[in-house]
Design a protein around this ligand. Structure first.
Ligand SMILES: Nc1ncnc2c1ncn2[C@@H]1O[C@H](COP(=O)(O)OP(=O)(O)OP(=O)(O)O)[C@@H](O)[C@H]1O
Length: 292
């Protein structure tokens, strides 16, 4: 696959907090990659390293084949960034700011179209300071997209949005892929990952636990019962499907041992396949916790 983003064994600590503990992931060009993990998993740190906003302690990072810090100037017109807290100048009026950013690019998107698509019109003349969290979120997304980037990083793109606004954002993100734009987004929302992503990378404690397409990750495989053709999963077992790193597998084995559970590496076409699982099930099986 042609990669738009490639992180190899990236490490990052803040004091004694290890945010990234050897994170390796690849995102394919022209597709949507979701980095899925609970609060504190390291998603924002990973995104900010890709955006050149943080320097990794170790490991390599390539964004469109370049180093996001030393090649920041070359990457800026090609990459759109939506950061989690918006990072917008608080005194600016919403749509004025969008026009202003649009003027920085050679071939910006049509501002009116973005205003329409993201429902910015009702607060067009409101200052950023007075926008609600969801309104700021939508404005930040518009700003990330206005320069027609070939790659966008969206950190929790629908956080704080009501269901209707969330659907509008999802449509917009799908539209980006249809236009050939590469999207890397972080989320702790299972349905967001399941709805949007071509590939999901599940992370926790700063490293990858599992990755694959949603069907790969959730495909039901061997039954937890020992009976080969049983359709009822037995309690007390952990099933692994999709790709899993050796470190993550070691963690899962440790978890299984501590909780007295059996561990199965499943064959996706095994004779005892039962109904499909959800990403939530996959996450629970990998970490023993649900996503918050
Ligand atoms: N600037 C910082 N100073 C100290 N600790 C930090 C800093 N940034 C992140 N951390 C810590 O690093 C870990 C990973 O944080 P990060 O924000 O990357 O996680 P996240 O997956 O994005 O979480 P959330 O979903 O809550 O945004 C957390 O323990 C966090 O407290």
């Amino acid at each position: 696959m042609t990669c738009c983003v490639e992180l190899t064994d990236v490490q990052k600590s803040f004091g004694t907090t290890r945010a990234l503990a050897g994170l390796s992931l690849r995102a394919a060009a022209g597709s949507i990659t979701a980095v899925l993990g609970p609060n504190g998993a390291g998603k924002t740190t990973a995104m900010e390293i890709c955006e050149g906003l943080q320097r990794p302690d170790a490991g390599t990072v390539r964004v469109l084949g370049r180093d996001p810090r030393s090649d920041a100037g070359a990457l800026r017109p090609r990459v759109g960034v939506m950061v989690q807290d918006g990072g917008l100048p608080v005194m600016s009026r919403a749509v004025e700011l969008l026009h202003h950013v649009a003027r920085l690019y050679d071939q910006p998107r049509d501002v009116d179209e973005l205003v329409e698509a993201l429902g910015l019109a009702p607060f067009a003349r409101t200052s950023v300071r007075r926008l609600s969290g969801g309104q700021r979120q939508r404005l930040a997304l518009a700003i990330a997209l206005v320069g027609r980037p070939e790659l966008v990083f969206l950190d929790e793109p629908s956080a704080g949005l009501d269901p209707q606004a969330r659907l509008a954002v999802w449509d917009l993100v799908r539209g980006l892929r249809a236009d050939g734009v590469s999207v890397v987004l972080s989320t702790h929302l299972m349905d967001e990952a399941a709805q949007l992503a071509d590939r999901v990378v599940i992370i926790d404690h700063g490293r990858v636990l599992a990755e694959g397409s949603v069907p790969e990750l959730t495909r039901r495989s061997a039954s937890k019962n020992t009976a080969p053709d049983s359709r009822t999963p037995a309690p007390g077992a952990i099933h692994l499907t999709g790709t899993i790193t050796p470190e993550a597998r070691a963690d899962v084995e440790d978890l299984a041992t501590r909780h007295g559970l059996h561990l199965h590496q499943n064959s996706p076409t095994g004779p005892s396949a039962v109904g499909a699982r959800t990403l939530e099930d996959v996450f629970l099986e990998l970490t023993g916790r649900s996503l918050r």
